[in-house]
Design a protein around this ligand. Structure first.
Ligand code: ADP
Ligand code: MG
Length: 257
């Protein structure tokens, strides 16, 4: 399978702190790729570098073989790379449908205004957006909730709306930052279904997750970060028995496996 997302020697420092250190990896089309590591290992920073939210201090990111280092997030989104956030970034006072339509937009603020303007009178562009958002909502069983305000929904449903928003952008590569965190059992089951569906659809997915059961059962490949460095990469079975990985988790007081 062809490589869709690649990093070469990716590095990010904050002052004297090396948050991501010389990380090279490649994610292939249709691959379920997990990034794990103890708290503070650099996982979210790594995702920020991949998604154009932060610029690396050193090293490069390639999307479909094209160097995209330093390219802003909304441009990458147009090129087929979408993400969710560890702490969620939905508009609480917009409906589920409006949030997902905003995600389906190619740009940022001006598109949100376009979505808000869509309340009432639709032009063709807005109708196309709604159709795409509707498809994503149906895939995630959220269609019945489309007119609910996001701020009134349970946390787990909000996380799911975030994934719908990423999918509505017609992403080919989706980056998920701890989507299982804070979910109840039923919500976790729904998430696993969604992740399996994404895999079946041939999307490349990069999943950051602390839920080891989920990581080990879903991933094709796992990379492990510790103090910003990639200390291991391989199949879930390789990773589970890798002495360096075991040490990284046992050696870190706040690590939760
Ligand atoms: P993880 O997601 O694996 O828990 P992070 O990527 O959030 O780790 O953080 C990696 C390290 O970088 C941590 O030590 C964190 O405190 C630091 N860090 C993250 N973002 C910033 C920032 N914007 N400014 C300074 N330090 C940061
Ligand atoms: Mg994080």
């Amino acid at each position: 399978m062809s490589i869709v997302l690649e990093t070469k020697n990716l590095t990010k420092t904050f002052g004297g702190l090396m948050a991501v250190s010389d990380v090279s990896l490649a994610v292939r089309a249709g691959e379920a790729f997990a990034v794990i590591g103890p708290n503070g290992a650099g996982k979210s920073t790594f995702l920020n570098l991949l998604s154009g939210l932060a610029a690396p201090t050193h090293g490069d990111v390639y999307l479909n073989g094209v160097r995209v280092t330093g390219t802003p997030a909304h441009t990458l989104r147009r090129a087929g790379l979408s993400r969710t956030f560890q702490n969620g970034r939905l508009f609480a006072r917009l409906t589920v449908l409006e949030n997902v339509m905003a995600g389906a937009c190619p740009g940022e603020k001006q598109d949100l205004l376009g979505v808000l303007g869509a309340r009432g009178s639709y032009n063709r562009w807005q109708a196309a957006l709604e159709a795409r958002a509707g498809d994503a909502l149906k895939r995630l069983n959220l269609w019945d909730m489309r007119d609910k305000y996001v701020g009134e929904l349970p946390f787990g449903v909000q996380r799911n709306v975030e994934i719908a928003r990423a999918l509505a952008a017609e992403a080919k590569v989706v980056l998920l930052d701890e989507p299982a965190a804070g979910l109840n059992l039923g919500e976790r089951v729904a998430l696993v279904n969604t992740l399996n569906d994404m895999k079946a659809q041939g999307l490349a997915v990069v999943l950051i997750e602390h839920d080891m059961g989920l990581v080990m059962s879903w991933s094709d490949r796992v990379a492990v970060l510790n103090f910003g460095e990639k200390i291991a990469e391989g199949t879930p079975t390789d990773i589970r028995t890798n002495p360096k990985v075991i040490e990284a988790y046992l050696g870190s007081e706040d690590a939760h496996a």
